[in-house]
Design a protein around this ligand. Structure first.
Ligand SMILES: C[S@@+](CC[C@H](N)C(=O)[O-])C[C@H]1O[C@@H](n2cnc3c(N)ncnc32)[C@H](O)[C@@H]1O
Length: 306
């Protein structure tokens, strides 16, 4: 039975996905300024070029440039996230996992097939599997952790080894793949597709969404956590100031000004939530929606493959 059918049967689909779009999670603190003068994102690209932060670069180069950024931050990945979000990324990720509430239900015979794309650190993948086990006693569902960057995947594997869980586990596979194509992932094979703070780095975001649709089974769910657009003018002012300071913080904390500058700019270039919702629908998903978190600093987006 499809994961979304299970949710529907348990009454979970409506409560978990029909979320008030206007109500941010309160209690999370504002962390950074993301609004810029240009929020056009992918729409302003032409056929040969795309953006890399605020620079326009040949599309053929972006993948390599993004690779350099994440290879550079891989070993200090937690530091990067904590600096960028003042630690709030952990709360966002917990909320993301709890709200999705995925796992093989006791009344189901079928384990779930998860894929976490751009999942290098393993944060989301391990969190999802832990949730499934703790809440539903599910020790059968399996996980593909996919990332374009082998250095980031190595960090995830290192974490699995250090925590003594999910390393050399037949249920968990780490795979170097471009999320835009997922060449080694069969069509209609996954129940749950997650991507957290990854999709804004894709050269072609729409291709990534189309591929998410391809690999999901009918009834499968696309679930995405990504920086978004602040929806409160006062918070936005603070936020913009913070985004100016971030590369300097990156330089002090991780000796890496350029990577942090790229990360700030990549957030500014990401489409507005309504635009991104339209892209999810364009890929073929139904019931698309989103929930802004922390005044829209970040948002959860979803869509169902019918
Ligand atoms: C900010 S990290 C997020 C890691 C993790 N999902 C998390 O939430 O902690 C962004 C990740 O996206 C990956 N990435 C960027 N472009 C990608 C692509 N086209 N396909 C797959 N992964 C990609 C990077 O290598 C990096 O590991």
């Amino acid at each position: 039975m499809a994961f979304t059918e299970l949710l529907k049967n348990s009454g979970k689909l409506t409560s978990s996905l029909k979320v008030s779009l206007s109500k941010p999670l309160i209690g999370y603190r504002c962390v950074r300024a993301l609004h810029s003068t240009s929020n056009l994102g992918v729409q302003e690209e032409n056929l040969e070029t795309t953006h890399f932060g605020s620079r326009t670069v040949p599309k053929s180069e972006k993948e390599k440039l993004v690779g350099t950024v994440f290879s550079s931050v891989a070993s200090k990945y937690d530091v990067m996230n904590d600096v960028m979000s003042m630690g709030v990324h952990r709360l966002w990720k917990d909320h993301f996992i709890n709200k999705l509430d995925a796992g093989k239900r006791p009344n189901s015979k079928e384990p779930l097939h998860f894929i976490d794309v751009a999942g290098g650190s393993g944060d989301i993948a391990f969190g999802l599997l832990d949730h499934a086990e703790h809440k539903f006693h599910d020790k059968e569902s399996d996980m593909h952790i996919v990332d374009i960057n082998a250095d980031m995947l190595k960090e995830g594997e290192k974490r699995a080894m250090n925590q003594g869980k999910y390393f050399n586990d037949p249920r968990v596979k780490f795979l170097v793949q471009n999320g835009e194509t997922l060449d080694e992932i069969e069509s209609n094979s996954k129940d749950v597709y997650t991507v957290s703070f990854g999709i804004r780095n894709f050269t072609n975001i729409q291709a990534g969404l189309n591929t998410a649709y391809r690999v999901l089974k009918p009834g499968g769910i696309f679930y995405c956590l990504e920086f978004s657009k602040v929806n409160n003018p006062i918070v936005d002012t603070v936020y913009q100031q913070w985004s100016k300071v971030l590369p300097v913080m990156g330089s002090l904390v991780a000796n890496d000004y350029d990577s942090y500058q790229y990360l700030v700019e990549s957030i500014q270039k990401f489409p507005e939530p309504e635009t991104f919702k339209g892209m999810i629908e364009k890929a073929g998903f139904q019931s698309a929606g989103y929930e802004p978190l922390t005044f829209g600093v970040c948002a959860i987006h979803w869509g169902i493959k019918t």
